[in-house]
Design a protein around this ligand. Structure first.
Ligand code: HEC
Ligand code: HEC
Length: 211
């Protein structure tokens, strides 16, 4: 009997802790919306649908991924930023951890207005890389991690469907050059290193058209 009540109180205690954590982690969405409208919106659109290809669309992206990127732009504990971008470094400098969680939740809950694929000539190549990769050269299918329709998989794998092809291309080249180095286990750097410019362009355009 003693054992049983001990177990019960342990369970209750864990439950209480979880409930508390939940409240503490609840992002301030009203504040995030305001920041989005007043600051981020200038480049990403207040609803996360940027109009300019250099600025990624954030709408509908997984919150965990967005939050990780914001932290990576910041550089923590005196370490240099894992994702080095001058513009975004300035943007995150004044954000608290709670602000970043809120902004990630805000943009994640917005509806993506997707781009389209624009280059008919490279669709076949893009589709092949997306679905099958190039086994002989050790390039895995993008679909394996980012999903057949490019929706990604929370928490690690971002959505690529509907993103600006120009932005996707820049990121792939940046991974290839090792300038963007925030991918866990060098997942993206290893892949991009094996890709040619035409392949990067083709798969980026293909991903823009995915739904
Ligand atoms: C002056 C323009 C500008 C403003 C304002 C701005 N950003 Fe950005 N943001 C960029 C650019 C450019 C990039 C792409 C950086 C790169 O190429 O690595 C980016 C990238 C990002 C990314 C990474 C997205 C991805 O798919 O990996 C996130 C998240 C982000 N911004 C969030 C924000 C938030 C939140 C704010 C407001 C606090 C904000 N940005 C304000 C220009 C801006
Ligand atoms: C083994 C899993 C894996 C495979 C396969 C993979 N990726 Fe990724 N990719 C990732 C992870 C993980 C990230 C997130 C890195 C981070 O945390 O910043 C990512 C991020 C990206 C980004 C950055 C997105 C953004 O919003 O900035 C692009 C672009 C990308 N991948 C393109 C591709 C393409 C194209 C392929 C196929 C040639 C591919 N990936 C295959 C795991 C993978």
């Amino acid at each position: 009997m003693i054992k049983r009540s001990l177990l019960l109180s342990l369970l209750l205690a864990t439950g209480a802790v979880q409930a508390q954590d939940k409240t503490a982690a609840q992002p301030d969405l009203a504040k995030a919306k305001l920041t989005a409208e007043q600051i981020c919106g200038a480049c990403h659109g207040a609803d996360g649908n940027s109009q300019i290809p250099a600025n990624p669309k954030l709408a509908g992206q997984h919150a965990e991924y967005l939050y990780k990127q914001l932290r990576n732009f910041k550089g923590e504990n005196g370490q240099p930023a894992e994702r080095n971008n001058g513009i975004m470094a300035g943007m995150v400098a004044g954000l608290s951890d709670a602000d970043m969680k809120g902004l990630a939740a805000h943009f994640s809950s917005q509806t993506l207005k997707p781009e389209v694929a624009k280059n008919k000539d490279s669709i076949t190549l893009g589709q092949k890389l997306w679905r099958a990769g190039d086994v002989s050269r050790g390039i895995p299918a993008c679909a394996a991690c980012h999903g057949p329709a490019g929706a990604g998989l929370p928490a690690q794998y971002p959505r690529l469907a509907g993103q600006f092809a120009e932005y996707t291309e820049t990121q792939l080249k940046s991974f290839r050059a090792g300038e963007r180095a925030n991918d866990p286990n060098k997942m993206m750097r290893t892949i991009a290193l094996k890709m040619t410019d035409p392949e990067i362009k083709a798969v980026a355009d293909y991903a823009a058209g995915l739904r």
